[in-house]
Write a protein that binds this ligand. Structure first.
Ligand code: UDP
Length: 224
């Protein structure tokens, strides 16, 4: 996490636009079949390992990654960084009111933080309104919670018009951070079993998670 935050800090300092993705095994499996999504991930300025599945695969394939950096865990330290550096934060996505509630919480927790929010949507019909809101706030850092791959494709499509230095796809982070979807208990997170809690609480994920055994087999069969 500290290394990820430092990398993001450098990206913001360098001016934009930069794209950051929080990659989990579902991303990897999708990218194998979806060339446009694969291209966007390959072109991202920073891909963070969102969960133990990616850290395990990376290590097995000889990449020195220590811990996962989940999008949901990135939001609060990133907000603190924005407050400290005087960078303006914008939260985009989730159902109506969720991003605004999170913005309020982040404002309370971080004195001086300039943060604004809009629910918007990944469909191009929202673009004019969404761009107007982001420009109006003079945002430097943008968090996009449309879920994958919509948020990555959205950032890629509009990144030259956003006016931000860094845009990061954070999936369901706003729902977790406002308590709309409860996170796994700490012991489960420590045991690296958050995925199991997620499956129990949101059983509809089973279809999306069905790719995980295939992912594991592909990793095990990959040459090191
Ligand atoms: N979402 C949205 N607009 C859409 C579709 C989804 O804002 O058109 C939001 C949704 O409300 C949720 C997030 O995108 O907050 C997706 O969460 P999910 O947990 O499915 O994402 P994951 O982390 O699994 O990619």
């Amino acid at each position: 996490m500290p290394a990820a935050l430092e990398r993001i800090e450098r990206l913001v300092e360098g001016g934009g636009p930069h794209q950051v993705a929080t990659v989990n095994p579902e991303f990897v499996m999708r990218a194998r079949k979806d060339a446009a999504f694969a291209r966007v991930l390959e072109g991202a300025d920073l891909c963070l390992p969102d969960g133990v599945g990616v850290v395990w695969a990376a290590r097995r394939l000889g990449c020195d990654l220590r811990d996962p950096v989940a999008g949901v865990d990135l939001v609060q330290p990133l907000a603190a960084m924005c407050a400290r550096r005087g960078w303006r934060l914008f939260l985009l996505g989730a159902t109506r009111g969720v991003a605004a509630e999170l913005a309020e919480r982040l404002r309370e927790a971080n004195e001086g933080l300039e943060v604004n929010a809009h629910s918007g949507g990944p469909d191009p019909t929202h673009d004019v309104e969404t761009l107007h809101r982001i420009h109006d706030h003079h945002a430097d850092v943008l968090l996009v919670a449309f879920g994958a791959p919509a948020q990555e494709m959205w950032i890629d499509r509009l990144k030259n018009r956003l006016g931000v230095s860094v845009a990061i796809g954070v999936g369901g982070a706003f729902d977790y951070l406002t308590g709309r979807v409860p996170r796994a208990p700490v012991w489960m997170r420590r045991a690296r079993m958050e995925w199991l809690a997620r499956l129990v609480r949101q059983p509809w994920r089973v279809r999306r998670m069905a790719v995980l055994p295939v992912y594991a087999i592909k990793v095990l069969r990959s040459p090191r």
